[in-house]
Design a protein around this ligand. Structure first.
Ligand SMILES: NC(=O)c1ccc[n+]([C@@H]2O[C@H](COP(=O)([O-])OP(=O)(O)OC[C@H]3O[C@@H](n4cnc5c(N)ncnc54)[C@H](OP(=O)(O)O)[C@@H]3O)[C@@H](O)[C@H]2O)c1
Length: 323
């Protein structure tokens, strides 16, 4: 595994270059501010009438309409939501300078063909492994967030150096940059979202809560047991790894985990995980994402509405009021 830090990375490939950050959301804000504080010439590209213009300018950033920002830049970072990358790229392609570098923080839109960059462009990825809020706060504390980097196309012979200098400038080089590819990053990320941290874990918490409540346990106790302890295990795993976490808990909890864990996550679940990975690789999720955008996020809106009225959410709100 190639693991590079600031000491291994030359910052000069970005010197004198202008970077356009398209989008001022979770990642756009953090990356634009980190670049500016690293001494990079940065402009935030926004659509006409964007509510983010005032916020970005108040933070000391230069802003411009998308086409002006793109036309003035040597490096253009696509930091709008993945599902609009196809339309956004179509809009900006005529303004992209010959031989410019086009950057992404997620491999999805290139891996699944939403964007097919022009042949003269360098195409790179720097994907911080965490939210923009943490990327920014770590940077301001003199630390950094680990990230993956990749070059999809090296048209100019400079793509690798630009990608690494970019990763260094947003602070990822302080923690470490791991070489990957657009395909590996996109597939692993989409798999995790569905099967593990963002899809699997919350459903496990809900199933545990529902089982205890059905078994006559009060919603408050069920919530504290099944959901309230999540941050404890996350902190322990981060600090000590999974084996270290198990050694740190009581013998009672450790034996319970040993006897129960594999009964819950059994071979059938591992088989369904493999199915999800195959479906991700075949592009099924990417198609669902585009359909969701086309339907004005109908499924997501309905699911959000439904989730707010469940007993587990009511219990969360009740406990939050008391604490
Ligand atoms: N969220 C994360 O923590 C995270 C972590 C790692 C990688 N990433 C990747 O980073 C990229 C950006 O994700 P994000 O979560 O930061 O996005 P986000 O917060 O949803 O992006 C919002 C920004 O995109 C702009 N935008 C939305 N629709 C647009 C359109 N049609 N035309 C032009 N601009 C538009 C918005 O403009 P307005 O200001 O005008 O509304 C806003 O500035 C994605 O590739 C994502 O996979 C995200």
């Amino acid at each position: 595994m190639s693991f590079l830090t600031d000491a291994d990375i030359d910052p000069r490939p970005l010197a004198g270059k202008r970077v356009a950050i398209l989008g001022y959301g979770n990642q756009g804000r953090a990356q634009a501010l980190n670049l500016k504080d690293s001494g990079i010439d940065v402009v935030v590209g926004l659509r006409g009438g964007s509510g983010s213009t005032i916020e970005a300018e108040a933070a000391g950033l230069e802003t411009a309409l998308l086409d002006h920002a793109v036309g003035s830049a040597d490096v253009v970072m696509m930091l709008a939501p993945d599902e609009i990358h196809a339309a956004l790229y179509r809009e900006i392609e005529p303004q992209l300078r010959q031989g410019a570098a086009l950057g992404f923080s997620h491999g999805l839109s290139v891996r699944f063909g939403f964007v097919e960059p022009r042949a003269d462009l360098d195409v790179f990825m720097v994907a911080p492994k965490g939210p923009g809020t943490a990327l920014r706060s770590l940077y301001t504390q003199g630390q950094g967030m680990i990230g993956l980097w990749a070059v999809e196309r090296d048209a100019t012979g400079r793509a690798r150096d630009i990608a690494l200098a970019y990763g260094r400038a947003i602070g990822c080089g302080r923690a470490g940059l791991i070489a990957s590819s657009f395909a590996e990053e996109a597939e692993a990320d989409l798999f995790n979202e569905q099967a593990v941290v963002w899809g699997g874990v919350p459903e496990l918490l809900i199933a545990g809560f529902d089982t205890l409540v059905e078994g006559g346990v009060s919603p408050e106790v069920a919530y504290l047991e099944c959901v309230g302890e999540l941050h404890l295990i996350a902190e322990l795993i981060e600090a000590r790894g999974i084996a270290g976490m198990r050694e740190a808990i009581s013998n009672t909890a450790e034996l319970g985990a040993l006897l129960g864990g594999r009964r819950i996550v059994d071979d059938a679940i591992r088989q369904r995980m493999r199915e999800i990975l195959s479906e991700v690789r075949a592009g099924r999720f990417a198609a669902e994402l585009r359909a969701e955008e086309t339907s004005a996020y109908a499924r997501l809106s309905e699911a959000r509405e439904r989730a707010r009225s469940t007993l587990i959410e009511k219990t969360n709100r009740k406990l939050a009021q008391k604490s």
